[in-house]
Design a binder for this molecule. Structure first.
Ligand code: ZN
Ligand code: ZN
Length: 359
């Protein structure tokens, strides 16, 4: 991303702030700071004022900040809020802060250290709303992230066999991802075998894979800051009719949901399309989560593709489509792709085949 793009993003935010009668905004979410400045460190505050932006960080990031951002950089030895107070000492303004991104303790420190001319106003979702629609360059990063993620799975499939531990399979996938250019997994890889696959967000354990078991693999890469997210299913042995029937129902639901994705459609309509298929298959009670979520710099971003979610999909939004069914004591099946909304449908970024992987 060019510096020009970051400053354009800050100008748009400044316009949003003016519309809300805010003189500036204190950004504390690392993802939002990265989006607005390019800085990738873990400890920073970004003060966006009309016509000026200051990035405050600590001495560990002095060199990195100068390299990554063209914002004015302030390096503070002590707490960042103390440095912030100095920067806006002589100003009088209403300063927005990210109410969902700050701890109570940090808010207290902020309140106590700010000069009397500054009043704090809680805001939510301002930068996140700007991040909803991805630029062509962001989509390209997500495309590469999804390809890398799929390659990591393809390079690992031959090692999936009875006797290997869930945790070793997760480690192998994450190792492959990094070897292929990802900076890290976008989230902790989920490997759940046998009855454990009924836990939608299971952590891999030392349980070994066995014959005649389902294995749920949910993995994502973080590449150049952008996340991908994919779930695929493996069966070790010959899947019986119940597995086949469940798998076909989930696949049909996933295809129906993908077919519903288009600019101008409400997020809830995509969720409804998946649920309708699963209800017809008699699996309504086995559905325990919504059909998808936005993603980008973070693995979970708006919009949520769930019931009563009235966000209108727009071209350039990146979302997952991931219906699943979960039967306690038996197992679960989920199929998940990362996609980008387009004017007349969507582009599926995940290149891996959606067939049940039978080994
Ligand atoms: Zn996932
Ligand atoms: Zn997901």
């Amino acid at each position: 991303v060019k510096n020009r793009e970051y400053s354009a993003r800050r100008r748009l935010l400044a316009a949003d702030l003016a519309g809300q009668e805010l003189g500036g905004m204190l950004v504390s979410s690392t993802a939002n700071i990265r989006y607005l400045s390019g800085f990738t460190g873990s400890n920073a505050l970004l003060l966006v004022l009309d016509g000026q932006t200051v990035l405050l960080t600590d001495p560990r990031y002095r060199i990195q900040a100068a390299e990554e951002t063209d914002c004015k950089v302030g390096v503070a030895e002590g707490p960042l809020v103390g440095a912030l107070a100095k920067v806006i000492r002589r100003r009088k303004l209403r300063l927005g802060f990210e109410k969902t991104r700050i701890t109570f303790e940090a808010w207290q420190a902020l309140k106590e250290s700010l000069p009397p001319g500054i009043s704090l106003a809680p805001v939510a979702g301002l930068v996140e709303d700007r991040r909803l629609v991805k630029s062509e360059e962001e989509v390209e990063r997500m495309r590469r992230s999804a390809i890398t993620n799929s390659r990591a799975l393809a390079q690992t499939v031959h090692r999936i066999r009875p006797g290997i531990r869930e945790s070793d399979l997760a480690a192998e996938l994450e190792y492959r991802m990094r070897r292929l250019g990802a900076q890290k997994p976008a989230f902790d890889t989920i490997i759940a075998s046998g009855a454990r696959s009924a836990l939608p967000h299971a952590h891999p354990t030392s349980k070994t894979l066995s014959n005649n078991e389902l294995v749920l693999i949910d993995m994502g890469a973080s590449l150049d800051g952008y996340a991908s997210d994919m779930t695929r299913m493996v069966f070790l042995g010959r899947p019986g009719p119940k597995i086949r029937r469940l798998y076909d129902a989930v696949l049909e639901a996933q295809l129906a949901a993908l077919a519903a994705v288009r600019e101008g459609v409400m997020a809830e309509a995509v969720d409804r399309a998946a649920r309708k298929v699963l209800r017809t298959a008699g699996l309504e009670k086995a559905v325990v989560h919504s059909t998808g979520h936005g993603l980008g710099l973070e693995i979970h971003e708006p919009p949520r593709l769930g019931r009563r979610e009235r966000t209108l999909l727009r071209a350039g939004m990146a979302i997952t489509v991931e219906p699943g069914v979960y039967l306690q004591g038996f197992g679960g099946i989920r199929i998940e792709d990362t996609v980008v909304v387009t004017g007349n449908g969507c582009e599926v970024l995940t290149p891996t085949s959606k067939e049940l992987i039978v080994l």
